[in-house]
Design a binder for this molecule. Structure first.
Ligand SMILES: O=C(O)c1cc(C(=O)O)c2c(n1)C(=O)C(=O)c1cc(C(=O)O)[nH]c1-2
Ligand SMILES: [Ca+2]
Length: 595
């Protein structure tokens, strides 16, 4: 029923007001400014055009790979900015600039609001801006947004107050909203939805607030809830035997705050699950499925078809929310099989085999950063036994590496089919001394982590360490690391992207640099200092035959917290957190026209 006006090119003045409540006259709908928007189909999401970026990692398999190759190792030195837009937000910018048919959609959040921008991807002209205020009593944990999802002529994003929002792609008009969960109970949301065949599939944050994690699917059409699968089984459900005590499962956490990946051939979703709640594992005996696991889900029903737990009875805040990427890899006998690869927060690079029925089996686990917590790993099952003195507990000190922020936190790894390498943004040499305080009492919506009095969580550098941040490349054929680029004075919180031009792009360091690496050798072949540290997911797209690289710069969230702690503890090596500029800018780069 939307009518395309005669072709307005200017955005509506000011932010779009949410629909008026309480009998006030309704604001007129925003004008259609993208009349020729290309509706997004299952085909587009499954086999995106080379120049589009319609899923969180571009393709369902999670590779973060662009097949564009105008920008190469040979010419990338000439890469230059073509446009920049200030987002108006000063919190962490983590979302990929996603592109459909020449239009970019990119999201941000602050402690008080969220927004989505539609932008003409080649010029940087803002076509529409949607803003949604948050309730004033909303807590401020992790104020970020990680991107949008697409279906037909709609855009979907998760508002931090646990509301799923559908927008008209052509105008930014709000079409429907649905309450995913109650933010007052500690649930919040910031992930990009996974869209499969008209279903908008989301997860939740809240692992530090005593939630019970879930993955849920809503109809793209009207927001109707189609299924909801909890990551913590209720008594009697499969896996409930790993929660032998009373009511602990009700507040066991297992959040799901990063978008899952999808195998369209076997119709199976792979979703990562976060830490246990409260943090100290001895307050919830048992392995605690499906905390710190990957689960396989049926997109039709949400049924759990398989799982692999990376470490039992988590006691480290090692969310394993990053979904494993789907690639072929050699099994134990050297035969090539469909696999899953996950660079875990627990410091292990996991290689798993995925079966057509959803079952997941262990192939191998190789530490990719210094670790001291593994006493043994079962060669058949991959089950890990904890080394003495490493696992923290209630009144029990655990001294462990990698740190509670992990060998890698949420920033996604990337894969290039051209090199057959997996690229990891790693934090080497960091460790934690952690002790739980008193038993934590559950209060709805409140922090539910270590307890107070006698609790402790120190971040420290391993003895003899000369750096933290790294970009690593691992050869899938051999299971060996082939190159490492080290950052002597910074951690690395930079999501990675690979391209067919033989490049790996990423930022993540405290010097606000955005870099391109030679995918084969690890040599830095281009770098540029942006306005702020880059923790955004980079993307690449094409308009009128020209390849662009895009990324949001905007330092914040846990990258900033880690930097602040390192700067305070090691002032000779790491600068004070306050010296790193903040404020969000979307950047687009391309080669000069005369190239
Ligand atoms: O357990 C959770 O629900 C949860 C949520 C989030 C989040 O929503 O961003 C983070 C974490 N945990 C977390 O442990 C963590 O280290 C972290 C880092 C970041 C970030 O955006 O930099 N978010 C989160
Ligand atoms: Ca967590």
């Amino acid at each position: 029923q939307q009518q395309a006006p005669a072709g307005p090119t200017t955005p509506p003045a000011g932010p779009t007001a949410p629909p008026a409540a309480g009998g006030a006259p309704e604001a007129p709908p925003p004008p259609v400014v993208i009349p020729d928007y290309q509706p997004v189909t299952a085909e587009i999401l499954t086999n995106p055009a080379d120049g589009d970026w319609p899923n969180y990692r571009r393709t369902y398999d999670g590779w973060g790979y662009s097949p564009l190759k105008q920008i190469t190792t040979e010419n990338v030195a000439d890469l230059e900015p073509v446009w920049m837009i200030s987002t108006g937000s000063s919190d962490g910018h983590e979302a990929p600039p996603m592109v459909i048919n020449g239009v970019m959609f990119v999201s941000q959040a602050t402690t008080t609001s969220n927004q989505v921008l539609a932008i003409k991807a080649d010029t940087g002209e803002i076509l529409w801006r949607y803003q949604r205020e948050l309730p004033p009593d909303m807590h401020t944990s992790h104020p970020t947004n990680r991107g949008v999802g697409f279906w037909d002529d709609k855009i979907f994003f998760t508002s931090r107050d646990s509301i799923l929002v559908a927008l008209d792609a052509k105008s930014g008009a709000e079409l429907w909203t649905v309450k995913m969960e109650d933010y007052k109970m500690g649930y919040y949301a910031n992930l990009a939805p996974l869209v499969i065949d008209g279903k908008v599939i989301v997860g939740t944050s809240g692992g530090e607030r005593g939630i019970r994690g879930y993955v849920a699917a809503f109809s793209a059409e009207d927001g109707e809830e189609l299924w909801r699968t909890y990551t913590i089984p209720a008594p009697g459900e499969p896996g409930s035997e790993t929660w032998p005590d009373g009511d602990e499962w009700k507040t066991g956490a297992g959040s799901t705050w990063i978008t899952g990946h999808y195998d369209p051939e076997n119709k199976l979703i792979y979703w990562g699950v976060g830490n246990g709640g409260p943090w100290m594992g001895d307050q919830r005996p048992g392995d605690n499925l499906y905390v710190t696991s990957v689960i396989t889900l049926d997109p039709e029903t949400g049924e759990i078809k398989g799982h692999f737990q990376y470490h039992p009875n988590d006691s480290f805040d090692w969310d394993e929310v990053a979904a494993p990427i789907l690639i072929d890899l050699p099994n134990k006998d050297g035969e090539t099989v469909p696999g899953l690869v996950h660079a875990a927060r627990n410091g292990v690079l996991w290689e798993l085999e995925r079966k057509p029925d959803g079952q997941i089996s262990f192939v191998r686990g190789t530490p990719y950063v210094k670790e001291n917590w593994i006493k043994s790993m079962d060669p058949e099952t991959g089950r890990v036994e904890y080394a003495e003195g490493r696992k923290p507990g209630t009144g029990v000190l655990g001294d462990f590496c990698p740190s509670f922020w992990g060998g890698k936190d949420w920033p996604p790894i990337a894969y290039s089919p051209d090199t057959n390498y997996v690229y990891i943004p790693a934090n080497e040499n960091l460790c934690t001394k952690m002790q739980g305080g008193t038993v934590v009492e559950y209060r709805p919506g409140a922090s539910f982590t270590r307890g107070t009095q006698g609790d402790r969580s120190d971040l420290y550098l391993a003895e003899g360490a000369d750096h933290i941040g790294e970009v690593q490349a691992w050869d899938v054929a051999t299971g060996k690391k082939v190159w490492t680029h080290e950052f002597p004075n910074s951690a690395n919180w930079g999501p990675l992207m690979t391209t067919a031009g033989g490049l790996v792009f990423g930022g993540g360091t405290n010097d606000s640099m955005f870099r391109a690496f030679d995918a084969k050798t690890g040599e830095v072949v281009w770098e540029m200092k942006l306005n702020s540290g880059v923790i955004g997911v980079p993307t690449s797209f094409e308009v009128n035959g020209k390849q662009y690289i895009a990324v949001q710069a905007g330092w914040g969230i846990d990258a900033a917290s880690m930097q602040t702690r390192l700067g305070a503890s090691y002032p000779d090596k790491f600068k004070p957190g306050t010296t790193i500029p903040t404020g969000g800018v979307i950047w687009a780069f391309a080669l000069p026209d005369n190239m």
